[in-house]
Ligand binder design. Sequence first.
Ligand SMILES: Cc1cc2nc3c(=O)[nH]c(=O)nc-3n(C[C@H](O)[C@H](O)[C@H](O)COP(=O)(O)O)c2cc1C
Length: 312
Amino acid sequence: MDLSVTIGSLHLKNPVIAASGCFGYGVEYAGVVDLSSLGGIVVKGLFLEEREGHPAPRIVETPAGMLNAIGLQGIGVRRFVDEKLPELRARNATVIVNVCGTTIDEYVEVSRILSDADGVAAIELNISCPNIKEGGIQFGCSLSGTFDVVSSVRKATRLPIFPKLTPNVTDVASFARAAEEGGADAVSLVNTFLAMVIDIETRRPKISNIVGGLSGPAIRPIAVRMVYECRQVVKIPILGMGGIVDARDALEFMIAGASAVQVGTANFVDPFIWPKLLDGMRDYLQRHSLARISDLIGTVDVESKHKEWISS
Ligand SMILES: Cc1cc2nc3c(=O)[nH]c(=O)nc-3n(C[C@H](O)[C@H](O)[C@H](O)COP(=O)(O)O)c2cc1C
């Protein structure tokens, strides 16, 4: 059975990727997971310089999910290249770096540094973090901002670039199109949904940033719908995510149109999830007599559902 998929020029041994911010810099999990067994690892978002992020509390559980406002704490791109990348390379991990910026110049500079480093497979452009005030999501909530960041980074690197889209917009597909027009090789979606949790006894918000990003199974059907909508309007591949906890969920994203999937919050619940996802995918292929997982991408059968509805 062939689980491999291609994302532009990038060939992945399977479509299961660890999502940014939920898998550290990858090396932290090396004792638990064979990093080379994953389709890829998207490391925590990196700016040019180190960042502390927001004060605690930064996370709260919600029904079927969690709210976070970490505030993009990170070690900065140069320390990542010096301290983390060599080990990731030695462990044969397919490394995708989540690139952040407060200005377009910063996105370009971080991407340049990564292009010159050995062992980076692709860049995921984070224009969608809901938890920082400057840059980031402001680009991702504007069609021209999305185009400008993507096209500027495009000129600065030959690495594949995957802008990561925010779901906090009315028409996510138009942002996928702006990214495609800017020269993106694929789009990642979705980042977290802007949300809020209040302690009714103290009447205070539960996290220090007041609002944060909602992730986990609670968001999955919305994320699947967004992947489906984007699939209708762009030709570039989609990396789909949002609430995946098992192989069934991952396959749902692929049938909706994703060429690969990312798994975030579920890794906090079960760090041993990765082989289970891959086994579940193989089992599905066997049950459906399919030789290649790539044959499933975008195969949602909307026509038959229409006919069924008309004849009932
Ligand atoms: C604690 C936490 C930190 C995150 N940090 C990042 C980040 O640095 N960059 C990014 O693009 N997305 C970040 N995300 C978003 C996830 O990568 C993913 O898009 C989102 O959580 C939806 O997937 P999930 O429901 O499987 O977690 C973070 C999510 C969580 C829960």
